[in-house]
Structure formats: C-alpha cells, structure tokens
Design a binder for this molecule. Structure first.
Ligand code: UT7
Length: 413
C-alpha cells in the first residue's frame, strides 16, 4: 500500500494594519503609479503593533489549519516554520509555535530558504511522511520582513508585507497529495538579496546599526533576471516529475514577488490568468508566507476543487528556488464545523496557553528552590515547597483534562 502526504488543513493570518501605496508616498520618494506599474502591488499588511510578530502570526495560521483539519495539536509529529524573519536566531520560531498550540509530542525547527522556504518545507514534510517517520506535519510560512526593511530605501520598502500561512499534511493511503518537488540553489548569488549583519559573520554592534547593515539589501534587477529564468523552468520540471503536462495543470500558485515576474512565467508556460493565482496587489511580497496565503485565498475564492492539479513555485534569497506538484484531495467547499466542535478546539488552545504558563512558573520556582538548597546549605523555604506542590497539582489537572478531551475527540472521530 502506498503512502502519500495529503494537505488536509490550511490557514492564514495577516496583521490588521494596511499600508497603501499612497501611505508609502508620504514616507519615501515614490508614487502609487510607480509601485503599481513596476510591481503590481497596491497595498500590504504591516505588523505595526510590536506584540504582533512572526511567531504570533504563525500561531494564528497554525490554529486555523488545525481547526480546518479538525486535528488536535497533540497529534502533530513535526512543526516546520519557513521564515527569513525568525523571532530570534534561536530558539526557533517553530518551538514557540509548538508551545503555544500545545503540540506536546511534536519536534520543531525553522527552515531558512528565504522566499522559497515554504516549498522547501513542504518537500521535507513530504519526505518525513512518505518515509513513515511522521503521520502529521504542520508546515508554516511566516514573516515580518517589515522589521528588516530600511524604511528610507524606496527600492525595497515598497515591496514587502507581513503575514503567515500554514498547511497541515497527513499520511494517507489515498493516492495524490504532494506528488513531486524540485529544489535548487545557487549560492554564488547570495549577495544579491541579503541581511548582512546580525549573524556570526558580522555580529550586531553600534557600527553595523549606524551603517544600516542590519537591513535587507537587494539588487532588484539581478533578482528579477534570476526569477524570470528559474520560475518557469522549476514549474515545468516538477510537472514532468509528477507525470503531468502543463495542459493538465489546473492552477499555478507562484510566489508573489512581482506581477511582471509572474506574467513572464505565464508566458513561458503558456498559461492564461484563469490558471494562475495572483494576489500580490493586496499583500505585496510576504516572502515564505506568500504561497500558503495565496493557496488559502484560492480555496476561499473557489479556485480549487477535488482532484485538481496544482503547481506551487517559489524563488528567493540564497539564491534558491523550489516547486511542488500537488493533487488536491479534500472535497471543497468544506462542510460547516458544528459550533461545539469549534469551541472544543479553541478550548484546547486556551488549555495549551495555561499549560505553557504553568510550565514556565514551575521552572522558575524549581530554579529558586534549587538555588536556595545550594546556597548556604539551607533547606528550601516551606512556602516555595508549598507553591511547587500546588503548581504540580494544577499541571496534573490540566494534563489529565487535556488527555480526556483528546481521547473523547478520538472516540468521536
Ligand atoms: O521575493 C524575492 C525577492 N524579490 C524580488 O523578486 C524582486 C525582484 N525585482 C523586482 O521586482 C524589480 O527589480 C523591482 C520592483 C525591485 C524594481 O523594478 P525595476 O523595474 O527593476 O526598477 P529598477 O531597479 O531598474 O529601477 C528603475 C528606476 C531607478 O531610477 P533610475 O536609476 O532609472 O533613475 C530607481 O531608482 O526606478 C527607481 N525606483 C523607484 N522609483 C520610484 C526604484 N524604486 C522606486 C520606487 N519609486 N519605489
């Protein structure tokens, strides 16, 4: 019996704040006309609230994907977050997502392949599932590139937007799902799209900040030339590997970096706009999040139906490129989720938050207890011991009620 990696859940999240081209024209020397004609962008979502980050956007998209699939987070085996704007160098953004959604059994790691990251992550997830190492893998593309952009550089600040998209992949015996993937890299072009400082090569210091080396730098023209070369080629290659002709492709979902790049790929692949999904006008370039956000919108707009063949194709910093051929298996539109099921699911996310808070508090108290045991050879203070006992009892209650909820969910499914 074959083993396939099917997409069974999806979700997206964007910040509330919309930044239009007119808004940008008030910040830098640009115009709505220039941005629209050179890129196709009209507006983008920007995380202006400092509490909104790559992780919080990823968490919202992940929760939505789990809701759609109606799968508890406790069933996940792996979480992969593709991002070029991680919360920190470490810990990984994926580990923060794992904790926040209560994926207690899952491994978690970030994947760095810039705008191609989501397709790279899909490829890794498919490998984990097809090899039998995982049953459920959550793949997220999440970015807040607005935090790495130099808002005085008109050649880059008009391009990028923030957001996240997620898909849940599940092992299945039903043929289809991710049929093939193609990944590539040409590191000789690494300098064409780069954040020079903040890593180990050029650690952040006063000089790097003063010279703006912590900002994203791009040679737009060169990246444009590279993109128009690789996009169509990768799409063609992945279709061939899946045994498809371009005529059999129902929808191409390209990375949304520039409308002109997408149009060039359409021309080379001889696809008209009815078979290509474009939403760059509303989101700008959301890097690793652009393909999963576009996939979610294509579903919402009724552009995908059961058994359709999709090609997802991206390119970006590295330089990297990646494409995936997908046979869509979930019947659409989805039936309405009963209210009690939705409530059960959000209850489990609240429980995950409480569990996380409890674990943090317990760790702090344990630290204090150990320190007071070590210091002066004194015994732990009884008040701390008492608090620890209470916390342990609380965590035990959360754990058992969560297990009960999961087992009752498993019984009902
Ligand atoms: O996600 C993957 C990474 N990113 C990409 O895929 C981006 C790929 N590159 C591009 O999309 C395009 O190269 C850009 C949109 C970045 C630039 O478009 P372009 O048509 O290649 O413009 P250009 O760089 O050749 O610049 C043309 C002119 C320049 O002026 P001069 O030197 O001809 O006087 C720029 O200074 O446009 C000027 N310019 C602008 N003018 C108004 C550059 N940015 C702006 C701006 N507003 N925002």
């Amino acid at each position: 019996m074959g083993r396939y990696a099917q997409i069974i859940g999806w979700g997206k999240s964007v910040p509330n704040h919309v930044l239009t081209n007119e808004d940008l024209a008030r910040i830098v020397n640009t115009s709505d006309e220039w941005i629209r004609t050179h890129t196709g962008i009209r507006q983008r979502y920007i995380a202006t609230d400092p509490r909104e980050t790559t992780a919080t956007l990823a968490i919202k998209a992940a929760q939505e994907a789990l809701r759609v699939a109606d799968v508890p987070a406790s069933r996940l085996d792996m979480i992969i977050v593709a991002t070029a704007s991680p919360e920190h160098i470490f810990p990984s953004t994926a580990s923060l997502v794992q904790d926040a959604i209560g994926a207690t059994r899952a491994g978690a790691f970030d994947l760095s392949a810039a705008c191609s990251g989501f397709v790279y992550a899909l490829s890794v997830a498919r490998g984990l599932i097809v090899s039998g190492s995982a049953e459920y893998v959550l793949v997220i593309g999440s970015e807040t590139l607005s935090r790495l952009v130099d808002w005085s550089d008109r050649s880059t600040c008009v391009l990028f937007g923030d957001g996240a998209g997620a898909v849940l992949l599940a092992a299945s015996e039903v043929p289809g799902g991710i049929l093939s993937t193609v990944l590539g890299s040409d590191g000789s072009g690494g300098n064409l799209l780069i954040v020079p400082a903040g890593g180990s090569r050029m650690p952040a210091c006063l000089e790097t900040v003063a010279s703006g080396m912590h900002y994203l730098k791009m040679n737009g023209r060169e990246v444009f030339r590279f993109a128009t070369r690789v996009m169509a080629r990768a799409a063609q290659e992945v279709a061939e590997q899946a045994g498809l002709t371009m005529d059999e492709v129902d929808l191409l979902i390209p990375h949304q970096a520039n409308r002109r790049i997408i149009e060039s790929a359409m021309k080379q692949l001889k696809l008209d706009e009815s078979r290509v999904f474009i939403n760059i006008d509303r989101y700008g370039n959301t890097s690793a999040a652009s393909i999963p956000i576009a996939l979610c919108e294509a579903i919402e707009e009724g552009r995908i139906k059961q058994n359709d063949h999709l090609i997802l194709v991206g390119f970006g910093g590295g330089l990297t490129w990646g494409a995936a051929a997908v046979q869509w298996s979930v019947p659409l539109p989805l039936p309405e989720t009963p209210w009690w099921r939705a409530a059960q699911r959000s209850g489990s996310f609240h429980m995950a938050q409480m569990r996380s808070l409890g674990r943090r508090a317990l760790r702090r108290l344990q630290g204090i207890t150990v320190r007071s045991e070590e210091g002066n050879g004194r015994q732990p203070q009884p008040i701390l011991e008492e608090s620890l006992q209470k916390l342990r009892a609380h965590l035990w209650k959360v754990k058992t009620s969560k297990e009960e909820a999961t087992s009752s969910e498993e019984k009902t499914t």
